[in-house]
Every structure is written in structure tokens, then in C-alpha cells.
Design a protein around this ligand. Sequence first.
Ligand SMILES: [Zn+2]
Length: 90
Amino acid sequence: MRIPCPICGARSYEEYTYQGDATVVRPNPETTDPAPWHAYVYLRDDPKGPHRELWHHTAGCRAWIVVERDTVTHAVHSSTLARSEGGRQA
Ligand SMILES: [Zn+2]
């Protein structure tokens, strides 16, 4: 599988480190209800098909990127720098 880094171009997945689900949204820091924090830390979907993932170009430019990838075919549809997406909170 080749992953297109927005800075370096297409590189082998072996240069990257998978860092998890990019769709997870951090709860409001002032939230004291433990349920949203439990979901944020521990609960993940296991999607079949298109998915947004966070990858680190560990052996390259060390950028964090969001990759849209099909988990069945491993086809990569897009990649963007994670910092360009900004922080997300519920
Ligand atoms: Zn790179």
C-alpha cells in the first residue's frame, strides 16, 4: 500500500505509523460527565469500507496526516495535513 504524503509524495506504508481513528472528537474539557470521556478514550468503531485515519510519516517528513482509506480494498482516496483540519471538540 502506498500513502500519498502532502509534503513528500507517494511513499510505502512502511514509512508511516498508524495513529488511530481520525473521526474521534475530543469532548469539551469542562465536561465532568465520565461517559463522553470513556467513549473518547476507549470506544472505537471497526468500519468496513471508507474510513478517515490518522497516520504519522515517521520515516519521512514526520508530518501527521489524515488519510481517507477503504479498509476493505486498502485504496487510499485522499490525504491532508492533520494541522490543516484544525482541532475538533464536541
Ligand atoms: Zn512526508
